[in-house]
Write a protein that binds this ligand. Sequence first.
Ligand SMILES: O=C(O)CCC(=O)C(=O)O
Ligand SMILES: [Fe+2]
Length: 252
Amino acid sequence: MQQTPIFQPYEFSAQDKEKLDRDGHFVLPGLLTPQACEQLTDSLSRIEDLVEAGVKDPLPNHNAAEYDSYLESLIAHPQLLTLARQVLGENIRFDHCVTLNRPSGNQGVRWHSHEYAEDDPRLGFLRIFFYVNGFELNNGNLKAVPGSHLYRDEQINAETDADLQTGWLAGKTHPHTGESLQIEALAIPPASVVLMWTHAAHAVNPRLPDSPTRWAVVYAYRNPGRPSRARWITEAYERKAIPGAEGLMSLY
Ligand SMILES: O=C(O)CCC(=O)C(=O)O
Ligand SMILES: [Fe+2]
């Protein structure tokens, strides 16, 4: 099946992959096409309406693809799978599609990391964030700590930047460069995509009052081999025949 491109022409080079592996995250600015942004905004607004209406079982934000055919069609979009495979290699599974909409006044998220195969660095877990309308500094923006992913620590947890600095970060250095680990606050233009290894320390600042909703969604893929706590799909959804997603939906 021919699908409309979602990405502008781009290159993800060997140097880009090195940077992702060194920092734990990598920004592809303005990668999404205007048409993809338009369709994503429509779909993400619909999911937000369901969330606000209190819909449950499953929660519309936890497996957004289950509620929206456009979001579902991206799970196996050839461009997205190519990007995921450039990072993870051929053998991948879909893990989750979770909306990350942040309306004005949204509190953001404290510092955390995510679990997967802490003891086996051969098993990768990649988050691919679509930041449809981007974000500015100190307003619903993503923050990360370059090099933190190399610790493969699933339990990073801090309320504030200062707590992270005096806690988990204290005395830690980048395992490759030897430099002290530091917080990096991101600002990115609309239509951007951010890749992130799942063990990276990351947090999100609150969305300021009177700001438009930050529209965002994450598609996560991983090398199979372990159970995955973030994989919120129902058994029925796992069995659903999604064109192009054959072999991607199972846990192993
Ligand atoms: O909302 C964001 O930008 C990031 C959310 C997050 O921590 C995640 O999806 O793992
Ligand atoms: Fe996260």
